[in-house]
Design a protein around this ligand. Sequence first.
Ligand code: ADP
Ligand code: K
Ligand code: ZN
Length: 433
Amino acid sequence: MKFWDPKIETMNRKEMEALQFKRLKKSVKTVYRNVPFYKRKFDDAGIKPEDIRSLSDVSKLPHTLRTDFTDNYPFGMFAVPMDDIIRIHSSSGTTGKPKVVGYTRSDIENWGNLLARNFTMVGLSHKDIFQNSVNYGLFTGGLGIHNGIETLGATAIPAGTGNTLRQLEMMVDFGVTALHCTPSYALYLAETAVDNNLVGKLKLKTGCLGAEPWSENMRKTIEDMLEIKAYDSYGLSEMFGPGIAFECPCQDGMHIWDDHFLVEVLDENGDQVSEGEKGELVLTSLTKEGLINIRYRTGDITRLLEPECECGRCSTRVSRMIGRADDMIIVRGINVFPTQVQDVISKIPEVTNQFQIILTRNAKNLDEMTVQVELEKDAFTDDLIKLEKIQQRVVNELMNVLSIRTGVDLLEFGSIERTGGKAKRVIDNRAPL
Ligand code: ADP
Ligand code: K
Ligand code: ZN
């Protein structure tokens, strides 16, 4: 089967835009009625749902930001009563509180179908044995992708992360044909497979890789080492999770499904860019119920591509993500904001507010993050046990907030350069993937 949903996937522009307009009006009406945050925002902008008279009127609506989630923590952005929410996921916000997202039963079904559509697009079917090697927790990549695999009817293996040799043995023993994980973990799996002479024993043919930026070179390396095809999968929790934009067999840009999302790619002035130009991806959800996003600024920079694709599908298409509009960094697929580190250390009296984040890649090609902090003058001591205690406290509190283990270097007071302008908080020494 080539298409999961042939009618939608090949629908002509005019019909699709009519469908989008109908759904846009409904979403706008619903948030205005059900979400005080949106009502306030629309009122401030002097706009009423009735003012949306055509699809292009979307540009009259105010944007929604990441910080709106943290400001309305935990459930303030939800558009239905909690009774109708059947699942919660969350992901790191800018400071302190995480972003919390909620799904109705229909959201979970739509998300599953969206993923099944993407998986079908890259040639997968109910015959595949599909290993999901990402963290199954509050992150959307675990249960989210799992639901997509089951919707497709393939066999889901919820492998999680870690124990790489064991994962490879399982792939050999179970005859795994498809894999979902981060590109950097795929590279590590590939290296471990090569080192252990397992590549010839694998039945793997398809990798769906995402949650962090990667490159064409990285794709080539992974494809050559594992003898597979690897496809870029983009997503964000606010819009369901993974599977929002997905590569097709042409491996030349990602499809974003217009029946679920209204896509804008905006330049610095907030105007839609022309084809081939880059800008920030801004998404409005058209089918979501639990959490409706109006003109959500993803912070991800991409290029708008022409909608016609050789694979025969009609949809908005964008290039792979080429950067971020803000200072978010991604460490092992997990989003980290320097402001989160700032927040943590500002609450620890023995260290100053100065810090620097050093990113490197270890021998396994996995990201390592070290936070350099400074001891306050009066906290200086040559008592190593005391110093170790302070260091451990910074490690633990960072772990609590960021959900990743970081190294911590305690430096002498004054070691971190004070600049007049914007401090350089992140030093990224990771070789490009
Ligand atoms: P997840 O944990 O599922 O990746 P998050 O909401 O935590 O979801 O992270 C979303 C962010 O991750 C995106 O805004 C983007 O910056 C980054 N991201 C996800 N997939 C990709 C991808 N394929 N390429 C580049 N960046 C990606
Ligand atoms: K991510
Ligand atoms: Zn295509």
